[in-house]
Design a protein around this ligand. Structure first.
Ligand code: SF4
Length: 371
């Protein structure tokens, strides 16, 4: 609980301290942002489509990783209309490696909706943006404020952390009521002009100064004079988060089935984890060579040779896959699985990230066999 009673904007005396100095606070954020911000293509050319696309790409993904994807993506799909007309399989290739593929499916569905109903343009208000598939409160706030200058907050994990430290909030920042309070405070601080820059400034302070891992760089912070965590030297205790739930562990055995340089792949069922992406066949559980041989025979294939590969782990948000794999050469491709060579798999099919490393492993094996 905040000092001063219930968590509401009216009865939190320390918070009102910032609000009383709102003008100075916003000026500090804006001028720091003007000089210290990182260069990003969507900041240099803040078109609504670019801001929308970058915000979706940045979910769960670092800026440095996103920038080359962003350039490639807008090179191929330069506007909402082009995205609406995209071929889904081809589109997935432009997202391959970013993961969380529902993001790009939602982008495409929303682009189609915008072309059909909004002349291919994003709506300008927070409320209208929030109605679109794949656009949540943060993204709607970011687009509305940065692309259309609307006076609305854009509060992401960075901003929740900065605000919690500034206000000395020791509550869990994943809790809805804590988030509500922090967001209310950001709303009350928004300037009349340059709202998008102010929102981005707070985000950037969170990304570069009031960092999530390790101690915040308070000596460089433009709003240190308003910070309760700094004053009370409790920066490392805030934000307080509940321990995340442990991931469910699933063991799988992967079959890299090869016939004369071609490999078996299959499409994952829609609506499931990694739905619609391609994978190497695999079975739940860990199996030794004899059991693997039987399982391969059940696929109506005849194994000629079999080599185990190094075990690996793959982490999803709530699940951990532990993977054992075998490279198995088979006599004939059979009829139940699709076999393609590695270049075709790379060019045409979007392999789920958990399986893509195996392609590289197979490349290495082939290079070693030529030496
Ligand atoms: Fe974060 Fe330190 Fe700035 Fe407070 S003074 S907002 S803890 S960087």
């Amino acid at each position: 609980m905040l000092p001063g009673g219930d968590m509401t904007i009216e009865n939190t005396s320390r918070k009102i301290n910032i609000l009383e100095h709102k003008e100075d606070f916003t000026k500090r954020i804006l001028s720091w942002y003007q000089w210290e911000r990182r260069t990003m293509p969507w900041r240099e050319e803040p078109l609504p489509y670019y801001i929308w696309l970058s915000e979706i790409m940045l979910q769960q993904t670092r800026v440095d990783t996103v920038i080359p994807y962003f350039h490639r993506f807008i090179g191929k799909y330069p506007n909402i209309k082009a995205l609406a007309q995209s071929d889904e399989e081809e589109l997935m290739k432009y997202w391959e490696g970013l993961g969380y593929y529902n993001r790009v499916r939602n982008l495409r569905a929303t682009a189609m909706h915008l072309v059909e109903n909004h002349e291919g343009r994003l709506p300008e208000t927070y409320e209208e943006l929030l109605k679109l598939k794949g656009i949540g409160e943060y993204t709607a706030g970011a687009i509305a404020s940065e692309a259309f200058g609307q006076k609305v907050p854009a509060v992401d994990g960075n901003v929740y952390r900065v605000m919690a430290r500034l206000l000395g909030v020791r509550e869990d920042i994943k809790e809805r009521k804590t988030q509500q309070l922090l967001k209310e405070t950001v709303s009350a601080l928004l300037p009349e002009e340059q709202v998008g820059d102010f929102n981005q400034g707070l985000i950037e302070v969170g990304a570069l100064i009031c960092i999530p891992n390790g101690s915040p760089k308070c000596g460089l912070c433009p709003v240190r004079k308003y910070c309760i965590a700094f004053e009370e030297e409790i920066q490392d205790e805030i934000p307080r988060k509940k321990k995340p739930k442990e991931r469910k562990v699933e063991e799988r055995t992967v079959f890299l089935l090869e016939h004369e340089g071609t490999y078996a792949i299959r499409k994952r069922p829609e609506g499931k984890l990694l739905g619609g992406l391609y994978e190497f066949p695999h079975e739940e559980g860990f199996y030794g060579p004899e059991e693997v041989r039987k399982l391969v025979e059940e696929m109506h294939l005849s194994p000629l040779s079999m080599e185990p590969l190094k075990d690996k782990k793959f982490l999803f948000t709530h699940i951990e896959w532990r993977l054992k794999a075998y490279h198995i050469r088979v006599e004939k491709p059979g009829e139940e699985l699709y076999f393609a060579d590695r270049e075709i798999i790379r060019e045409k099919y979007t392999l789920a990230t958990a399986f893509r490393e195996y392609l590289e492993k197979l490349d290495e094996e082939q290079q070693a066999s030529f030496l």
